[in-house]
Design a protein. Sequence first.
Length: 233
Amino acid sequence: MKQPLQPLLRLQDVRRRFRLGEAEVEALKGVTLDVHAQEFLAVWGPSGSGKSTLMNIIGLTDAPSAGEVWFDGQDTRRLADDEMTAFRGHRIGFVFQSFNLVPVLTALENVMLPLQIHGTREPELRKRAMAALTDVGLEKFTASRPDKLSGGQRQRVAIARALVMQPRLVIADEPTANLDSENSRMVVDLMREMNRTHGVTFIFTTHDPRLLEHVDRKILLHDGQIESDEVMQ
């Protein structure tokens, strides 16, 4: 894949410190990373390596204690809180290990939710949500609530919801942690397909090395630092 000159995402010497009682814990210790548009990238490593903290920084839901985060050429340090919320809402989609679906809403209503929050109106609202569910193979389950869906189906709804705003980047933090091996492969294969067909950049975290054969690039995070950064052949 020919890479553009300017990365979609650039982290420069990013550090994140937390205060735990009298102690200070440094979860990220100077992470420098470029991610280009349309990459399919996994961040892996043991529990406590800083993966979730890194995803929060990349997803602009947390700010680094030090360092720079650039997204789409924008220095995110210069964004006010309301600007950051709007910037994140239109450019980044999120997939969570616990699905984070609203239990009283149907699959279609769950996918419509981000569009409603950003003021999209009928008929565009329903049309885009239906298209997103069709993309993930759940067009026959639009009226089903989460408790009537399998774990794999719930995660597919979550992927449709992440994609419905047509973001530049989707972040998935341990998206297969609550799934069995078969559904784990299915979810990663689906994200890969969405990456190829929609041109969306995906970054996902995992502790399962078996899933790494599907990626363009894998980054090993250990003790808050990048230990290796490997482009797959």
